[in-house]
Design a protein around this ligand. Sequence first.
Ligand SMILES: [Zn+2]
Length: 71
Amino acid sequence: MTNEQIAIRQWLSKPTPYSAPCGCLGPREGEPDCPCAMRWIEKVHDSWYRIREHRSSDGITYSVEKIEEVY
Ligand SMILES: [Zn+2]
C-alpha cells in the first residue's frame, strides 16, 4: 500500500469531519495546519497528507495531496 492509500484508510476510520468556519489561531506546534484543517490531514510515516473528498453522481472519491514540510 502506498502512503496515500494508508492516509485515506486512516482518515476513513475516523468520524467524517464537518465543515465549519475557521476560528483557530493557527497551527498547533508540530502540525502543518490549524486544528479544524487537521481533521482533513493524516500523518503517515512522518509525512502529512491532505485528504480531499469529491462527491459526484458516481459516488464519493478521495484524493490525497502530500503536504511539504512547513516547519
Ligand atoms: Zn482552523
